[in-house]
Design a protein around this ligand. Structure first.
Ligand SMILES: [Zn+2]
Length: 76
């Protein structure tokens, strides 16, 4: 592995966790409630009911590897 900027091989790799939050506004869906029930039992149904007509947030967590050049400080 080489730095694309300076060509140094003195690279540190690091796992970075990125969290993305998406806001969705949706009506109550029975399918979703049933799905929630299957997944989480009662709390899933409650979530479905509470989320009726309200903004719902979906959080996605991604892990990617960040490379840091020890020579010039470039990150990619
Ligand atoms: Zn570099």
């Amino acid at each position: 592995m080489r730095c694309p900027i300076c060509g140094s091989e003195n690279i540190t790799s690091q796992a970075v966790t990125e969290t993305h939050t998406k806001a969705k506004t949706k009506g109550f869906g029975w399918f979703k409630a049933c799905f929630g029930f299957l997944l989480f039992n009662i709390p899933g149904v409650l979530c479905g009911l509470c989320g009726m007509g309200k903004e719902r947030r979906t959080t996605t967590t991604k892990t990617r590897v960040l490379h840091i050049c020890q020579n010039c400080g470039n990150q990619w």
